[in-house]
Ligand binder design. Structure first.
Ligand code: LLP
Length: 449
């Protein structure tokens, strides 16, 4: 039998920026989430934008004491929207985009092109052309075919471009296989062990328009320790030292990627952003001292750690099914279409009943989504107060890779996104409608005209 959870335990579940109102409702950034659910409908993604900005500023502050420049580039694959790009345009932050689509939206939002970095293992010629034509700050070079395309495009456009060389360093991060990218057997980047990086440096050193400013490595995501970053820094700095003498390669920038872990459930104990920053700076300085190599600029690309904990999804509870002695399922009005992570990575989440946060928990239930898939489960075994139809369930830490990986599976419309800032709510992305589907569809009559 499970132990009854007291209201104090419930409070521990809450994330930064959350409080409980006198009516026992969950508030985020001072805004009543039950009122938000009523106003905008559910499922609803709610972002505490003050928390997003705080995370960015915490990273920036943590790197303040570093002797050279640093760049924090928000990895916007975690969550992108016109409104967020607009909001970040005015902040001291760069942007990592991974497709023409993200680049398009960022430029439409007025995000300065020279603060944008472009990533990807299969950038098309069109994407590269658009990036260069728009004066993007840097391309993270991934493979030889991309290099050939870049040589042609820069020649045609007569434009220079800065690149970082993406290296797969042969370091295995302790995380889910699908989000681990530093190991040798990875689709990303130039393999360090087999000499691919030397080949690309050789080509870059004789390039007219392409300026290799440094190295990039991203070991994976949802990382809870600093050792992986330290190992990458040690390895790449040593290599940079070799390549300095062999190829006159000058390591101006060292980009150690993103991957900083966040709290999804009570047991997650992520390191603070300053601990990561401190470890990275210390490792870079140590190598640079030992090798007598000039300190490079340090760049990072956090995605999840900027927006993950700032996002909460609100759902309305619908039906339930109790299998005696086995389990009680409660179903909500969203699921794998708005959060694929439990189904794809066995990711775990927690949450509270937003309309009765502090009530004592009386039952253990499993939260199912509404898609026609047995795997569409959001949370297995969560202790909650008595649940009724129409209750509002708030699921925490859904801000990263939720909306950005959402689908229309089962023709479920993508939820709306609401931003909270200074205690005010505003719609950032409207809810998809059935008419939006029709905008893309071509009827039999039109096809046969
Ligand atoms: N830089 C590079 C080169 C990356 O590939 C990624 C993530 C990041 C930065 C940002 O990593 P973050 O700080 O967000 O962990 N969909 C998966 C995560 C895929 C990560 C892809 N690359 C998930 O939901 O966990």
């Amino acid at each position: 039998m499970w132990d009854k959870m007291t209201s104090t335990d419930f409070n521990k579940r809450l994330m930064d920026g959350m409080t409980i109102s006198e009516e026992n409702h969950l508030k985020i950034n001072g805004v009543d989430t039950v009122a938000l659910a009523e106003k905008y409908g559910t499922p609803l993604y709610v972002y505490d934008i003050d928390l997003v900005l705080n995370k960015i500023r915490s990273f920036k502050d943590a790197f303040k004491c570093y002797e050279k420049k640093t760049q924090v580039a928000y990895a916007s694959k975690a969550f992108s929207s016109l409104a967020l790009y607009e909001r970040l345009a005015g902040e001291d932050v760069s942007l990592d985009v991974v497709s023409g689509g993200e680049l398009y939206l960022a430029l439409k939002a007025g995000f300065p092109a020279d603060r944008i970095h472009f990533h990807g293992n299969n950038k098309s010629s069109r994407e590269l052309r658009e990036a260069i034509a728009n004066g993007i700050g840097c391309i993270v070079l991934d493979n030889f075919i991309e290099l050939t395309m870049l040589e042609e495009i820069t020649e045609q456009l007569q434009k220079n471009i800065n690149v970082l060389i993406r290296v797969t360093p042969g370091i295995h991060a302790h995380t889910h296989d699908y989000i681990s990218t530093g190991q040798e057997d990875s689709k990303f980047g130039f393999d360090l062990a087999s000499g691919q990086v030397e080949k690309v440096i050789e080509r870059l050193m004789s390039s007219t328009y392409i300026n290799a400013i440094g190295l990039h490595a991203h070991i994976g995501s949802q990382i809870f320790e600093v050792s992986g970053y330290e190992a990458v820094i040690d390895k790449l700095m040593k290599k940079a030292d070799e390549w300095r003498s062999t190829y006159q390669f000058n390591l101006e920038v060292l980009n150690v990627g993103g991957g900083f872990g966040i709290r999804y459930v009570e047991n997650d104990a992520p390191l603070s952003l300053s601990v990561f920053a401190e470890a990275i700076m210390t490792a870079v300085k140590k190598s640079s001292n030992e090798l007598n190599l000039e300190l490079p600029e340090i760049w990072i690309e956090p995605g999840r750690s900027i927006v993950g904990e700032a996002g909460t999804t609100l759902y309305t509870v619908g039906t339930e099914k109790e299998i005696p002695e086995v389990r009680k399922y409660i179903s909500v009005d969203g699921g794998m279409a708005d959060n694929i992570r439990p189904a794809l990575y066995q990711a775990t989440y927690t949450g509270v009943l937003a309309n009765r946060v502090n009530d004592d928990s009386v039952e253990k239930v499993s939260v199912a989504g509404k898609a026609c898939e047995s795997g569409d489960m959001l949370i297995w075994d969560i202790e909650l107060p008595e649940i009724n139809q129409s209750d509002i369930l708030a699921v925490f830490s859904t801000g990263a890779y939720g909306y950005s990986m959402a689908s229309n599976y089962n023709r479920l419309p993508r939820p709306a996104v609401v931003f909270l800032e200074n205690g005010e709510d505003s719609l950032a992305i409207r809810r998809e409608t059935y008419d939006d589907y029709l905008n893309l569809e071509i009827s039999h009559a039109d096809r046969t005209k």
